[in-house]
Design a protein around this ligand. Structure first.
Ligand code: SF4
Length: 312
């Protein structure tokens, strides 16, 4: 779609977004996996953790969330007095859809002494059933902050197994996964290493344990930005969704970032186009809202996460 619009069209749309944004008093929050033209209109670009916090603290009355559904839901939960728009309401997250509130209630009944740690890539209903949320940046800190010895961890099995490496608590992983990170294989990573013997390998903790075993660093997207800024290396193999590499290449043009697999592309993260943002700002639709009886439980779990110190 963007190729059809062309450069001049993109400039016009970006100008119109700027105008509408001022007129509406809106702020645009953009996830690191969004396409470059959407990253370019961001008031803030970041991971779920950064964006959740910004949603809660921004003065703007209107938040345009360029990400996927659960992120806009989290913004709506943390900022109930504000209006949150998701320009493409069909931008969902298959991993978030792998956990449901009734199934989690059932698991809780079978583990009555366990606390529930919920990765933010989950619905508001699932968060409301949980004791605390976490992101890929703070999962280990959140797990270790809990008083309980047994923890149910939803919905990402790979992140749960990663956190298990750094705690003596017993983690019961939910059987969900990010299809994008999950299908990236250790063989693909080995091949990338062979092709780039001088490169350092960083991967996201949503990757499978055998991929993680081969990595030099396991980092959230914010951690990857920090690493690229600080590490004295020129070549970095980046095992996460390809939108992240767009940002890294733009911000660190003197370094080389290598995508180790063609499968690291999330179609849901690429659904929002500039024209969708214009339409959304014009119509102030589609609004993402969460019923207060669910939002209050989800807010409690998200706010508890925000009190756990971050270490990326
Ligand atoms: S990259 Fe994975 S976790 Fe993120 S939105 Fe896409 S499917 Fe969900």
């Amino acid at each position: 779609m963007e190729m059809e619009i062309g450069k001049a069209g993109r400039r016009d749309l970006a100008r119109e977004i700027e105008r509408l944004k001022r007129e509406r008093g809106a702020t645009i929050l953009v996830h690191n996996y969004q396409p470059p033209e959407i990253q370019a209109i961001a008031d803030m670009l970041g991971d779920s953790f950064d964006l959740s916090r910004r949603a809660a603290t921004t003065d703007a009355e209107l938040i345009v969330f360029c990400g996927v559904h659960f992120m806009a839901e989290s913004a709506a939960v943390l900022a109930p007095e504000k209006t949150v728009l998701l320009p493409r309401p069909d931008a969902g997250c298959p991993m978030a859809d792998m956990a449901t509130a009734p199934a989690l209630r059932d698991l809780k009944r079978r583990h009555p002494r366990a606390a529930v740690v919920c990765y933010v890539n989950s619905s508001a209903e699932v968060k409301a059933e949980s004791d605390v949320c976490c992101t890929s940046a703070n999962a280990v800190q959140v797990v270790n902050s809990m008083a309980e010895d047994e923890l149910l961890f939803v919905p990402d099995r790979n992140l749960a197994l990663y956190a298990q490496r750094f705690t003596s608590k017993r983690i019961v992983p939910w059987n969900g996964y990010c299809p994008i990170h999950h299908r990236f294989t250790a063989d693909e990573l080995r091949a990338a290493r062979e092709a780039h013997p001088g490169a350092v390998v960083v991967v996201h903790p949503e990757c499978t344990p055998d991929v993680i075993d081969l990595a030099d660093e396991v980092l959230s997207t914010s951690g990857m930005i920090r690493f690229a800024a600080e590490a004295p290396v020129r070549e970095i193999i980046v095992g996460t969704e390809e939108g992240m590499l767009q940002r890294l290449r733009r911000e660190f043009p003197d370094k080389e970032f290598i995508l180790p697999s063609d499968c690291l592309l999330c179609v849901n993260m690429k659904k929002i186009g500039l024209e969708d943002v214009v339409a959304s700002l014009r119509s102030v639709q589609p609004v993402i809202s969460v019923p207060e009886e669910i939002a209050s439980g989800a807010r409690r779990a998200l706010e508890r996460m925000l009190t756990v110190p971050r270490n990326i």
